[in-house]
Design a binder for this molecule. Structure first.
Ligand SMILES: Nc1ncnc2c1ncn2[C@@H]1O[C@H](COP(=O)(O)OP(=O)(O)OP(=O)(O)O)[C@@H](O)[C@H]1O
Ligand SMILES: Nc1ccn([C@@H]2O[C@H](COP(=O)(O)O)[C@@H](O)[C@H]2O)c(=O)n1
Length: 233
C-alpha cells in the first residue's frame, strides 16, 4: 500500500490499543494513527446536528460535510472537526454510546479507510502504528506486522472504569460490553485472522504489554520476507 512500515493493531474496547500503540510509536519513532477517532468524530458531528446515529441515511447525509483532521504525532495528539478541537469531546460517554451506529454504515467505512491509507502514506514517518478494529484484516491486511491485542473482559472493564471517575463501574462495564457486541456484528476483532499475532495483556502491566508488542514487531521486521528469502538480500 505504501513504503511506510505499518504496524497494524486491532482489539476490543479497553484492550489498551490506543495507549499501548501510542507508546510503541514513541519508542520506534513512528507515527500513531487512532482510527477509532474518525468514527467518534463523525458520531460527535452527527450528534451536533441532532441526528440519531442509528439512522444510516441521516449519518451518510451528515458525513457529506465532515471536515476531519487528526495528528499522527504520538506526543501531540489532537483531533479536529472543522475549526473545533474535539480531542476530549469524542471520549464522552454520549459519543461512545452513539459511535457504533456510525461504524455500521458501509459507505462511511469505505470513505474513512481511504482516508486512513492516505494519512499513513503522507505521514512523513518511517512507520505508523495504526490501531482499530479492522486494520489487520481490511485497512492494511498486507502490513508486515499485524497484532490482535486482547485482555479478559473483566480486566478491560476495570481498566476503563479506573479512568472514568464520574460513572459507576457496573455502568462502564455494561457500556463497554454493549459496544463490543454492536461492533463485532460489523467486523471480527475478537479472533485473530491467519498470520495475526495475539498479545494478551490480561496478566501484563502497561510496560510489559508495550514490551510484548515491541517484541512481536522486532521479530516480524527481522524475519526474512518472501522477497528477501528469494534474493538472499
Ligand atoms: N497492560 C495494561 N495494564 C494496565 N492498564 C492498561 C494496560 N493497557 C492499557 N491500560 C490502561 O487501560 C485503559 C484503556 O486503554 P486504552 O484507552 O488504550 O484502550 P483502547 O483499546 O484504546 O480502548 P477503546 O477502544 O475503548 O478506545 C487506559 O487507562 C490504559 O492506560
Ligand atoms: N478500525 C475501527 C476503529 C473503530 N471503529 C469504531 O469506532 C469506535 C470507537 O473506537 P475506539 O477504538 O476509539 O474505541 C468503535 O467502538 C467502533 O465502533 C471501527 O469500527 N473500526
Amino acid at each position: 500500500m505504501t513504503d511506510v512500515t505499518i504496524v497494524a493493531i486491532d482489539g476490543p474496547a479497553g484492550s489498551g490499543k490506543s495507549s499501548v500503540s501510542k507508546q510503541t510509536a514513541r519508542r520506534l519513532g513512528f507515527g500513531y494513527l487512532d482510527t477509532g477517532a474518525a468514527y467518534r468524530a463523525l458520531a460527535w458531528h452527527a450528534l451536533q446536528h441532532g441526528i440519531d446515529t442509528s439512522d444510516a441515511a441521516a449519518v451518510l447525509d451528515v458525513s457529506g460535510d465532515f471536515d476531519y483532521a487528526i495528528s499522527l504525532d504520538p506526543d501531540q495528539y489532537w483531533v479536529r472537526v472543522g475549526q473545533t478541537d474535539v480531542t476530549d469531546a469524542i471520549r464522552e460517554p454520549r459519543v461512545s454510546d452513539a459511535v457504533s451506529g456510525v461504524a455500521r454504515v458501509p459507505a462511511v467505512r469505505e470513505s474513512v479507510n481511504a482516508l486512513f491509507r492516505a494519512l499513513v502514506a503522507q505521514s512523513g514517518r518511517p512507520g505508523v502504528v495504526v490501531e482499530g478494529r479492522d486494520i489487520t484484516t481490511v485497512v492494511a491486511p498486507d502490513a508486515p506486522v499485524r497484532i490482535l491485542l486482547t485482555a479478559a473482559p473483566e480486566v478491560r472493564a476495570a481498566r476503563r472504569s479506573a479512568e472514568l471517575t464520574t460513572q459507576d463501574a457496573a455502568a462502564v462495564a455494561a457500556a463497554l460490553h454493549q459496544r463490543d457486541a454492536s461492533d463485532s456484528a460489523v467486523v471480527d476483532f475478537l479472533t485473530a485472522a491467519p498470520g495475526v499475532e495475539v498479545v494478551d495483556s490480561t496478566d501484563l502491566d502497561f510496560d510489559q504489554t508495550v514490551d510484548a508488542v515491541l517484541g512481536v514487531i522486532a521479530a516480524a521486521l527481522s524475519a526474512p520476507t518472501a522477497d528477501t528469502a528469494q534474493t538472499g538480500a
